[in-house]
Structure formats: C-alpha cells, structure tokens
Design a protein around this ligand. Structure first.
Ligand SMILES: [Mg+2]
Length: 114
C-alpha cells in the first residue's frame, strides 16, 4: 500500500469530512484533538511498559504499540487531506529536510528551520 492509497482509504472512514482549508472547523479540530489523543495513548502504553514491566516490551505490548501508531497515522493522513497535500508529499518533504540537515551536520540542535 502506498501513502496515497492509505490516505484515500483513511479518508473513506472519516466521519467528519468537509471544511477543507478551514482551520477552525469541527472537522479539522476533531482531527487535531484526535492526533494528540492517539499520540497520548501511545505514550501512555510506553509509560506503563517502563513502570510495570521493567522496561521489557513483550510481543503483546509491541502489537498494541503498533496498533496505536496506526491510529496516529490515520489522523496524520486525514489532516494532510485537510491541508490539501498528499501524504506521500508530507513524507517526502520530511525525509528531504532530514537529509539536508544531515548533509549540513545539523541533525542535532533545535529550531524548525535548521
Ligand atoms: Mg488508539
């Protein structure tokens, strides 16, 4: 499955589509809050592995983390749709940015525009 195919499939399960290009819409904010929520679910599962499992990740917990990453990916895909950008392009731009930083010795440090 390509990123573009995934994005189209994700959009097909979007219960609140519409208002593309509008930031303060129910549809957009629903996805922003969902992304934060699913990221939190991922982090919470990691926390519990640290706290309760002596930082040892069982296969069951690994599968749960993979499932949560999928939930995060869904929100990223539909938010990209709101921004009218293919998920493929989001991925490519990110890798291009990191490759550029790596070439210039700027992977470490801070700032969005290194
Ligand atoms: Mg989840």
């Amino acid at each position: 499955m390509t990123f573009d195919e995934y994005q189209a499939a994700a959009e097909a399960t979007n219960l609140t589509p519409g208002d593309l290009g509008k930031v303060m819409s129910v549809s957009f904010m629903d996805k922003v809050l969902g992304l934060v929520g699913e990221s939190g679910e991922f982090a919470d599962k990691v926390k519990k592995i640290l706290r309760d499992d002596n930082a040892q990740m069982s296969e069951e917990k690994r599968q749960l983390l993979i499932k949560e990453l999928g939930d995060v990916l869904w929100y990223i895909a539909v938010l990209a749709k709101h921004l009218d950008v293919p998920l493929e392009e989001v991925a490519k731009r990110n890798i291009d940015k990191l490759a550029s930083r790596n070439e210039r010795g700027k992977l470490r440090g801070s700032g969005d525009n290194r």
